[in-house]
Design a protein around this ligand. Sequence first.
Ligand SMILES: NC(=O)c1ccc[n+]([C@@H]2O[C@H](COP(=O)([O-])OP(=O)(O)OC[C@H]3O[C@@H](n4cnc5c(N)ncnc54)[C@H](OP(=O)(O)O)[C@@H]3O)[C@@H](O)[C@H]2O)c1
Length: 337
Amino acid sequence: MKAVRLNEIGGPQNLRLETIPDLEPGAGEILVNVKRAAFNRRDVFITQGLYPGISLPRTLGSDGAGVVAGVGPGVAGPAVGTPVVIDPMLNWGNDPNLWDAKASSILGMPHDGTFAEYVVVPAQNVHPKPAHLSDDEAAALPLAGLTAYRALVTRGRITRDDVVLITGIGGGVQTFALLFAAYIGARTIVTSSSDAKLARAQAMGADVAINYATSEAWAKEARAAAGGGGPSLIIDSAGGDTFAQCLDIARPGARIVTYGGTSPKSNVRLFSIFWKHLDILGTSMGSPSDFAGMLALVADGKLTSAIDEVVPMADAAAAAERLNTSAQFGKVVLAID
Ligand SMILES: NC(=O)c1ccc[n+]([C@@H]2O[C@H](COP(=O)([O-])OP(=O)(O)OC[C@H]3O[C@@H](n4cnc5c(N)ncnc54)[C@H](OP(=O)(O)O)[C@@H]3O)[C@@H](O)[C@H]2O)c1
């Protein structure tokens, strides 16, 4: 079968389209014929050696949608041919509040992932594809949708009364956070370095859009636009000084959820945290119940994924480089052909 593989660290250009042996599902596993996969920042970080537990060579890819191609011993279903979407969070553990840090892992490293014609995954990670989503939209959903759902709903405890600030809206998780927050009925403020991305975010439901690259006062503008002393819920993965400024503009008592640090170092002012009684909430990926909650949220057919582009397997390296330079808006999808 064809697969996009990483053989050595060195950046996105090291991704190669190769032919590798076919796979067989083992006990408790399902073989999925992948139709579409999708990139995450994680795939780029892995090519750059900026991720824990890298073992090479490896087929990358955490996101995938396709059809069931076979089931291993002890697996009752779904039937061969069923359209499915894959939960990339493997072995979360028994506590919905916290993953089992030792036993859990994410599809695509250290296990072979979805950038291939076939992938083998535990049966409990395979779910029926939401009927209204195309293969492209379904493949875009799993990792970013799950992370956004847990950040906003499970950890952030969002309600329709919240004013939610989402920084750097171009990223995949951030576009899902916007879609979910707007759907829930909260007021939304987004930031981006690109006016074109801000316009797309407004078309998706953002109430206020601010360019952080052209306006040095973006944080003050966000606080003023929020009213009530600032946003009541902030979803940030930019990190760096952006995170520090989020603390300064948060409403007293606000919740701030962090799941990433795309920018490097920051000068966090502890004063803002204790003086304003802020709740700082860390989150990563999500539990099986988060994945089920996310699928339930999209089930009524009103939400679709923000897709930047769909590229063939032969262009995987160029697509990963597009993420590396943050040129995309939403998800870059890989057509498995
Ligand atoms: N812990 C987890 O489970 C988990 C899961 C998923 C992702 N993550 C992490 O979360 C981050 C986002 O991942 P992703 O794949 O969704 O998207 P991504 O492609 O990494 O997002 C990139 C976007 O971040 C924004 N950004 C970069 N620097 C910024 C700054 N200084 N201020 C504000 N925004 C800035 C940019 O938005 P604009 O282009 O709009 O300016 C850029 O497009 C990554 O660091 C990733 O590793 C963590």
